[in-house]
Design a protein. Structure first.
Length: 208
């Protein structure tokens, strides 16, 4: 589990620098950097993680790319190595990031706890069990699955309540907004995240 005591701000800075170096190298050479042995040893435990790219000082929605792995199936160094490139070049919502953009992009890394299904007897219980700012959500129905990270309801001056968060996560899974109310057909999972972000491009790294 992603215990907050395990990962320090120094770790977050190291992982973000690794992600940035990897993206820059890939955009210049069309191949990923070789992973330093020290990072392989330090971050060898399996975790789910996401890398998020944001355009600095953009009003509205600054998102420039976000891709990750939900389940802890791979070593953390391997996940960051893969999804940092994917977030920059494979997020289908955006064109590929250019090398010239990197100086105006901030990087955020979210290290996830394993998802756990939220057991309820009625859909109203979700409103009591989910905590905004603490929980990320996964909505699953059949083959459809959508995820929103814990920071989404409070980022960009949003002030979502739990119901709004559930509605948007359902939409992310290409379901109707109220699909979460069908407790027999729709599964809701929660997870938490340790989040590190650059305050400015290549600048100070903080834990959110």
């Amino acid at each position: 589990m992603a215990d907050k005591e395990i990962f320090t701000v120094a770790d977050g800075k190291e992982l973000i620098q690794f992600a940035r170096d990897n993206i820059e190298y890939f955009l210049k050479n069309n191949t990923r950097i070789v992973i330093p042995e020290a990072l392989k040893e330090k971050y060898k435990e399996n975790y789910g993680a996401f890398v998020t790219l944001n355009t600095h000082n953009m009003r509205g929605n600054p998102l420039r790319g976000c891709i990750g792995y939900i389940e802890p199936r791979f070593a953390l160094y391997d996940v960051i190595h893969k999804v940092s490139i994917s977030s920059a070049t494979e997020d289908t919502r955006f064109s590929s990031v250019s090398i010239d953009e990197l100086d105006n992009i901030t990087i955020e890394i979210s290290i996830l706890t394993p998802p756990k299904i939220i057991e309820v007897s009625t859909s109203k219980e979700y409103l009591e069990k989910i905590v905004i700012g603490r929980d990320g959500l996964i909505v699953e129905r059949g083959m459809r699955r959508g995820l929103l990270l814990p920071q989404v309801p409070i980022d960009q001056d949003r002030n979502w309540d739990v119901e709004t968060f559930l509605n948007h996560t359902c939409n992310k899974a290409w379901l109707s907004s109220d699909a979460w109310k069908d407790i027999k057909g729709t599964k809701i999972y929660s997870f938490q995240a340790i989040i590190f972000e650059e305050k400015t491009p290549r600048g100070e790294v903080v834990r959110k």
